[in-house]
Design a protein around this ligand. Structure first.
Ligand SMILES: NC(=O)C1=CN([C@@H]2O[C@H](COP(=O)(O)OP(=O)(O)OC[C@H]3O[C@@H](n4cnc5c(N)ncnc54)[C@H](O)[C@@H]3O)[C@@H](O)[C@H]2O)C=CC1
Ligand SMILES: CC(C)(CO)C(=O)C(=O)O
Length: 299
């Protein structure tokens, strides 16, 4: 497959680098990372080891590909979609956290847009090098659920590159469940400056669980069957499995970078308002993170 990975940061470089073992990959990113990859290739180390030579560019306009994998932060999705729309794609797949990315892509792109969730961990080490901090799995499928031969083809392509992939018929439920995990873990760890495992202890556990329950309530109002128990259970198991991790929002806050709060807690608040569900915990968490963002000179 010809695959464009739009957003060659931590996750995009890891996924793009793994795909490059089997497919023709073009990474769209920024310098000095792109420049280093063009000269010396991309190195992946940590839990996986690879040295690959994908095409790398800072110019994402006019690209033709079988698939575009989108791995920019949620607040860059609109710009990424507008740029990708100048090329010709057979399909697009979001592997981003937060909600609303697929809808944004579909607004601009003239091809099927698939939803994805990924539990691999990636960290940017230096230009030309990323670390795989955790081998996980990927699920992808039609963004409104159901099956599609094109989703099957994309799943097979990821599998051929040794990325463990499930082609799922229930992506809306999986996206909401991941959102419940992110609404519980990300803002709480970012505000308290603690690793993921710390949210398992009371009284922080109650705060995280309240955020996840609200998210499940909004999901149900949106027609997705996610129980409170499933949402809080997912939070517990992810926080246990990633106990020593610093969440992406904590890493953003620590490096004075903009967070994805709008697509995580903010999405739950906004969608809750539209559906008549009150979300006081997510509202408080979103407001506090946004207040921090406003007071910073963000990268
Ligand atoms: N890092 C991880 O382990 C995981 C990340 N995610 C999600 O994946 C998404 C990406 O996360 P990260 O890779 O950590 O973020 P990141 O900030 O490391 O990577 C995003 C990259 O996109 C680039 N970019 C943005 N707009 C661009 C444009 N117009 N042209 C060229 N490059 C552009 C940025 O320069 C940056 O390097 C987020 O939604 C995150 O929540 C999901 C699971 C795991
Ligand atoms: C699952 C979790 C919480 C892992 O840290 C994550 O997705 C993130 O940090 O954004």
């Amino acid at each position: 497959m010809d695959i464009v990975v739009f957003g060659a940061g931590s996750l995009g470089s890891l996924v793009g680098g793994l795909l490059a073992r089997e497919h023709d990959v073009t990474l769209v990113g920024r310098n000095p990372h792109v420049d280093r990859i063009e000269r010396n290739g991309l190195r992946i180390d940590g839990e996986l080891d690879a040295h690959v030579f994908p095409t790398a560019t800072t110019d994402g306009t006019g690209l033709d590909a079988d698939l575009a994998v989108v791995t920019v932060k949620a607040f860059d999705t609109d710009a990424a979609a507008r740029t990708l729309a100048t090329g010709s794609l057979d399909a697009a797949l979001s592997l981003q956290n937060g909600m609303g990315n697929e809808a944004t892509l579909a607004t601009h792109l003239d091809c099927p847009v698939f939803a994805g969730t990924i539990t691999y961990g990636a960290m940017f080490v230096e230009p030309g090098r990323v670390e795989c901090t955790g081998i996980g799995e990927l699920a992808l499928g039609p963004r409104d659920g159901g099956s599609s031969p094109l989703a099957d083809r994309i799943g097979t392509a990821f599998g051929a590159a040794a990325i463990e992939t499930t082609v799922a018929m229930d992506m809306p439920r999986r996206l909401w469940r991941k959102l419940a995990v992110n609404t519980a873990i990300n803002p709480v760890t970012a505000l308290a400056r603690v690793e993921n495992g710390a949210i398992l202890d009371p009284p922080t556990a109650d705060l995280a669980a309240a955020a996840a329950r609200e998210t499940a309530q909004v999901a149900r109002a949106d027609g997705v069957e996610l129980t409170d128990t499933e949402a809080t259970g997912a939070v517990e198991s992810v926080a246990t499995a990633t106990a020593a991790n610093r969440s992406s929002m904590l890493q953003d806050v620590e490096s004075d970078a903009r967070t994805e709060v709008d697509a995580i807690s903010g999405y739950v608040v906004d969608r809750g308002e539209e559906l008549g569900v009150d979300t006081p915990t997510n509202r408080t968490l979103a407001t506090t993170i946004r207040t921090w963002e406003r007071g910073q000179d963000l990268r």
